[in-house]
Structure formats: structure tokens, C-alpha cells
Ligand binder design. Structure first.
Ligand code: HEM
Length: 424
């Protein structure tokens, strides 16, 4: 078998933090190879794989194991102890069915309605403010949508603001890819604050003191029984219920990217407003492809196997390139161009548009909330394109691809918000 191109150096972790989303593309280009070897996280040997065939391999449960490959610190801050992300095999499939049971057509339609209504009502708040930071404002709006969708009662306005910040602190923690960093303690505190609140609601529900709607997250996570007939431990139920809310709040990044795209690329805002031939859908897909969010995902070889002529040994760490795959010129024509129409002819492959993972929703770790994300993006982008007028002041629009996690430098500021409705 061929030998795998190797990046020199005892540990590339610092270079990953320095080069961010460009770390892998810089090397697939340098080696002219979709497979290369590095050492990371204290000198561990890892093989990076990039592209559609790589994604197909990565989501082959016979060849790749995901459990035990996420850095412990990242589990503690981002996903929570015992989170579904850390499970495997029968336990994973069993619990994933609980998450996916929330994704009925009716429930998704309800989410669409909630999104439309929460943004529409938020116009009052936007009009009262001198300026709006779209990233920050979205955090709070999305938290409300997330709580309402899960039928979790709102806490006091002050505490809701706090939880919104807490969600951001948890998401921001992935920028450290599990290394020691100054925000670790803050992210842990943020997590336990929200876990405490959700655990309390689960206990109240189980006692019958709170009666969330059937089909809501709070109801289903409180009452679900696993394949052994047991309820989830209340803390674990809180952890995984939060795994339907925290990532929903993380859509604030895609929202600020989308508002930026409507500002930077001429004609986009008008096309989203019109929404001809599901343009808002294509726009949402292009935002998820184009802008940097999840850089890569870790796994390990479950057995020895060969891929594209390279030999992989059992237990070798394997890193799937997400950002590079989304920007591969061989998969996307003019990949560096923001071009929603490309989704006109997309075949819906589970292995190329992978901003939220790939493969199968029920048997792989692919994001349970991908349909939710698309719906929230469609409705939110239509809100900004149709329901309000606003000005965009001078600011730093940079999206720095060397910084994890990706964001619009300024947060995306808009001002002078007007209701876009002729009442005469
Ligand atoms: C898993 C990204 C929104 C719930 C994942 C994965 C990624 C991801 C990359 C891991 C895939 C893998 O390991 O193979 C995102 C992004 C989002 C988003 C970028 C938007 C900002 C959501 C939403 C929900 C959600 C709205 C709400 C239900 C989950 C869950 C998992 C997951 C429960 C674990 C699935 C499993 O382990 O089987 N997401 N996600 N995500 N996501 Fe999302």
C-alpha cells in the first residue's frame, strides 16, 4: 500500500488553533492529497481525510468508531456528561430515536410558526434600540424559540438573558478543541446553571406538577423509556434535552452570516424576500455550506482497512474534514463563490453537504436538528428580507477563517429598523 503524506512536527494542535479552518485545506493543497497524517492532542497520531468518499467512510459504522474520541474537556463544556454524542451502538440508536421522534412534520411546522412569530414580535425591541447586534439579538430570540418548542417554562427575563449568554459560552468553548483555556471554568458554570434549571423542570414534569405538551422535548425526554424499560436519569435527561436547545441557539451564527450575505452580495436580499422556487431554502443551504462553523470531526478506526490505497490500522485516530469538504472545488463549482442557485441541481447526497455531519440520521451521529436548522434559517432570513427595513452602518464585516469558531467580527450590526408594512 502507498505511504500516507505526513506533516512533520510532534504536535499540530497549536497550528490548528493558529490556522483555524484553513489548517486542513492548507495541507490537502500542499500534499495534493485528501489523506494526510499529523500528530495532535499531545502527540497522538491521526489521519485526516477530506471529501465525499472520506465522509462515506467516516459514517461507515463497521469501520469507524466515534465514541471515546471527543476531547474530555469539550464533552464537559459543549455536550455534557453522557450526552448522545458520546454514545455508540445500540444505546446510541435507541436514544437517537427519541431525538428523531421530535421531528414530525407537525412539530416542524410548529417550529416554523414559532420562528416567524418570535421574530415578528421582536421588531418592537429592535425598533427601541439604537443599534442591533444580530448575533446577540438572535441568541435571545432563539433561546425563547428553543424553550417554547421544548415547552420549557420561561424563567425570569434576567435569567433568560443569562441562559442565552450561557449557551454562547458553551458553544464558544469548541474553539479551544479541548485544550486548556481561560474560559473553561466559565463554560462549566454556564452549563451547570442551565442543566440545573432543566433538571428541575424534568422532575416537576415527572411528579405531574408541570404538564408540558405531548410531542414537546420536555414531555418526551421526561417520560421516555430506553430499550431496557428505564427512564433516563434526571440529570442525563437534562443534558440531552439541552442538546436540543443549545445547538438551536447556535444558529445565531448562521443568522448573522445570512444577514451579512444579504448585505454583501447584491440581489440576495430581494431574492430571499421573493422566495421564488424555494429561494430561501437554497439560501439557507448555501449559508450552511459557505460560512465557517464546524471545522472537523474526530473518530477512530474500528478495524484495519484500506481507503484509497492507504492502509489504516485499528485504533488510529481519524479526523473528517468538514470545512474543506464544503469548500472542495471538485465537489462545488466555484466553491469560493456564494451562490445559492447551486442547490437547484444538488442531488441531496448525505456525504457532500455536511456542515452538520453526514450519513444517516437514525444510525449515525448526523445532527438530529438539521431540518430544524434549515426551517429556522428560512423563516429568519425571510423576516430580515421582508418584514423590516434597516440600515447597515460601517463596521468590521470580516469572517476570519483562522479563528475558531467562525463569526462576523462585528456581530453584524444593523440600525434604524423600520416595520416594512404600508399601513395607509
Ligand atoms: C450532532 C452541527 C443544530 C441537535 C451534530 C453534529 C454536528 C452538528 C457537526 C455531529 C455530527 C457527527 O458527530 O457526526 C450542528 C450545527 C447546528 C446544529 C452547525 C446549527 C447551528 C442543531 C439543532 C439541534 C441539534 C437545532 C436540535 C435538536 C444535535 C444532536 C446531535 C447533533 C442531538 C447528536 C446526534 C448524535 O449523536 O446522534 N450537530 N447542529 N443540532 N446535533 Fe446538531
Amino acid at each position: 500500500s502507498k505511504s500516507i503524506p505526513k506533516e512533520q512536527g510532534l504536535d499540530q494542535t497549536l497550528n490548528i488553533l493558529k490556522e483555524g479552518y484553513e489548517f486542513i485545506p492548507n495541507r490537502t493543497k500542499k500534499f495534493n492529497s485528501n489523506v494526510f497524517e499529523i500528530r495532535v492532542l499531545g502527540g497522538k497520531r491521526a489521519i485526516v481525510i477530506s471529501g465525499k468518499e472520506a465522509a462515506e467512510l467516516f459514517y461507515d459504522n463497521e469501520k469507524i468508531e466515534r465514541a471515546g474520541t471527543l476531547p474530555k474537556r469539550l464533552v464537559n463544556t459543549l455536550f455534557g456528561k453522557g450526552a448522545i454524542h458520546t454514545t455508540t451502538g445500540a444505546t446510541h440508536k435507541d436514544r437517537k430515536s427519541l431525538f428523531m421522534s421530535l421531528m414530525t412534520e407537525n412539530n416542524l411546522e410548529y417550529l416554523r410558526k414559532l420562528t416567524r412569530n418570535y421574530w415578528y414580535t421582536d421588531t418592537e425591541r429592535l425598533q427601541m434600540k439604537e443599534q442591533t447586534n444580530v448575533y446577540l439579538e438572535s441568541t435571545l430570540v432563539l433561546l425563547k424559540i428553543g424553550f417554547r418548542f421544548a415547552d420549557v417554562p420561561f424563567d425570569t427575563p434576567e435569567r433568560m438573558e443569562q441562559y442565552a449568554k450561557d449557551m454562547n459560552a458553551m458553544v464558544n468553548s469548541f474553539g479551544s478543541i479541548g485544550t486548556v483555556y481561560s474560559g473553561y471554568k466559565k463554560a462549566l458554570d454556564a452549563r451547570s446553571r442551565v442543566e440545573d434549571y432543566l433538571e428541575k423542570q424534568i422532575k416537576l414534569t415527572r411528579k405531574g406538577k408541570l404538564n408540558p405538551e405531548a410531542g414537546s422535548g420536555l414531555y418526551e425526554f421526561s417520560h421516555w423509556k430506553d430499550m431496557n424499560g428505564n427512564h433516563m436519569d434526571a440529570r442525563l435527561a437534562a443534558v440531552d434535552l439541552m442538546n436540543t436547545i443549545r445547538p438551536l441557539v447556535a444558529i445565531n451564527r448562521f443568522i448573522s452570516f445570512g444577514v451579512l450575505a444579504m448585505h454583501e452580495y447584491p440581489g440576495e436580499r430581494a431574492k430571499v424576500a421573493k422566495d421564488e422556487n424555494s429561494y430561501a431554502y437554497k439560501f439557507a443551504q448555501e449559508v450552511r455550506r459557505y460560512y465557517p462553523f464546524v471545522p472537523f470531526l474526530p473518530g477512530k478506526a474500528k478495524t484495519d482497512f484500506t481507503f484509497e490505497g492507504y492502509k489504516f490500522d485499528k485504533e488510529t485516530m481519524i479526523i473528517l474534514d468538514i470545512f474543506g469538504t464544503l469548500h472542495s472545488e471538485s465537489l462545488w463549482n466555484n466553491a469560493e463563490q456564494f451562490y445559492p442557485e447551486r442547490f437547484e441541481h444538488w442531488d441531496g447526497s448525505p456525504f457532500d453537504l455536511i456542515p452538520q455531519g453526514g450519513g444517516d440520521y437514525y444510525t449515525n451521529h448526523r445532527c438530529a436538528g438539521e431540518w430544524m436548522t434549515i426551517i429556522i434559517m428560512e423563516e429568519t432570513m425571510k423576516y430580515f428580507a421582508r418584514e423590516i427595513q434597516y440600515d447597515v452602518p460601517a463596521q468590521d464585516f470580516t469572517v476570519d477563517r483562522t479563528k475558531l469558531p467562525g463569526q462576523v467580527k462585528s456581530g453584524m450590526i444593523i440600525e434604524n429598523i423600520r416595520n416594512n408594512f404600508d399601513r395607509r
